[in-house]
Ligand binder design. Structure first.
Ligand code: PMP
Length: 353
């Protein structure tokens, strides 16, 4: 830290992204990327002509992209804002709906970035404990008097609340916004987008990083009533209006136009996930009922830190946190079928050592 760094941020504990290993790695299963490439239409959309037009600024409102998303999700373009990954949408929302006199609430085990944004913006944060089985209890979110951010499915548990349970939270908090992070919703759970017709305090956030294989493109969306979206744009235009670059806008449209490819990839990931979960349970692992593209697992046979290290020595990178509540758990992103079959065999070997 230099001597010029502002004192009010001196205690900031930044988010630690999953490692992007540079050297030889056998399997990278630590950041929930998709094992399959983006739709072939993405490459077709990025022509020589489009590259030439990079000399111009792109449309700061991502109008064509939002039109394509509106068509796909059955919404109006005014209900949609596009962002530089869903991280940016979440950050804009936390900045827009929290501040003086309005704190933020979120589960004590969830996506680690919520806490960091609260600290960055000087927002009072309240962590709500999960139940022992890692589930979120909707009743714990009644009348908090705070903006809430909930990942559904939650991370890293992979567990899901039903739309009826989300509705319970929305109804109990008519004067507060619920930011619903549906980063993993495409992998077999039910989206709460239909609730937008009934609730003006719901902001649903999606990403193209997971189910649409565009993590490196950085694209996310916020969906809400036009007034909420206008609020996000007010903050966005005060920070970085050109937030979604031209190539990513084109990639997003191309992806939205290839629903068959999207479905096929998601179906495969879910099938590989379920087979891997079954194989790990056979090895004695406790595996949560993850509806995402990752598994959250633990075994009584070996501490989490040791299994993590042994996998790492074999060139396999997964994710683990030092938080005592989950220190023995590993989060394993779903790779290709061959990778996951190999992984199970390698784990079997490690446990037999
Ligand atoms: N929400 C959750 C729950 C996540 O796990 C992630 C991925 N790190 C994100 C949001 C952010 O994803 P992105 O910015 O790539 O859209």
């Amino acid at each position: 830290m230099s001597r010029y760094f502002t004192a009010d941020l001196a205690g900031l504990d930044p988010y630690t992204p999953g490692e992007q290993p540079q050297g030889e790695i056998r399997m990278k299963l630590n950041t929930n990327e998709n094992p399959f490439p983006p739709s072939p239409r993405v490459a077709q959309a990025i022509t020589r002509e489009q590259i030439d037009s990079l000399r111009l600024y792109e449309d700061p409102d991502s109008a064509l992209l939002r039109q394509a998303a509106a068509k796909r999700y059955g919404l109006a373009p005014e209900q949609i804002v596009a962002g530089n990954g869903s991280d940016e949408i979440l950050m804009l929302a936390i900045r827009a709906f929290c501040g003086e006199g309005k704190g933020l609430a979120f589960p004590n085990i969830t996506y680690g970035f919520y806490k960091v944004w609260a600290a960055l913006f000087g927002i009072d944060a309240k962590e709500i404990p999960l139940a022992e089985d890692f589930s979120i209890r909707p009743a714990d979110y009644a009348h908090l008097g705070r903006t809430m951010v909930i990942a559904n499915p939650n991370a890293p548990s992979g567990l899901v609340l039903t739309p009826a349970q989300i509705e319970e939270i929305l109804r109990a908090n008519p004067d507060d916004v619920l930011i619903l992070d549906e980063a993993y919703v495409d992998f077999g759970s039910e989206s709460c987008l239909p609730l937008l017709d009934k609730y003006d305090n719901l902001l649903v956030v999606h990403t193209f990083s997971k189910s649409r294989s565009l993590a490196g493109g950085r694209l996310g969306f916020g969906f809400g009533c036009p007034a909420l979206i206008e609020d996000l744009n007010r903050v966005r235009y005060s920070m970085n209006p050109y937030n979604v670059n031209l190539l990513t806008q084109l990639a997003g449209i191309a992806s939205l136009e290839d629903e068959d490819y999207f479905r096929a990839c998601v179906d495969q990931v879910c099938d590989i996930r379920d087979k891997t979960a079954a194989a790990l349970r056979q090895l004695g692992f406790i595996v949560t009922d993850s509806r995402t593209n990752f598994l959250f697992v633990r075994t009584d046979k070996m501490p989490g830190a040791r299994l993590f290290d042994r996998l790492r020595q074999q060139g396999i990178v997964v994710r683990r946190w030092n938080d005592p509540l989950i220190a023995d758990w590993l989060r394993i992103s779903i790779g290709t079928r061959e990778q996951m079959e190999q992984l199970v065999e390698i784990i079997r070997g490690i446990l037999e050592e």
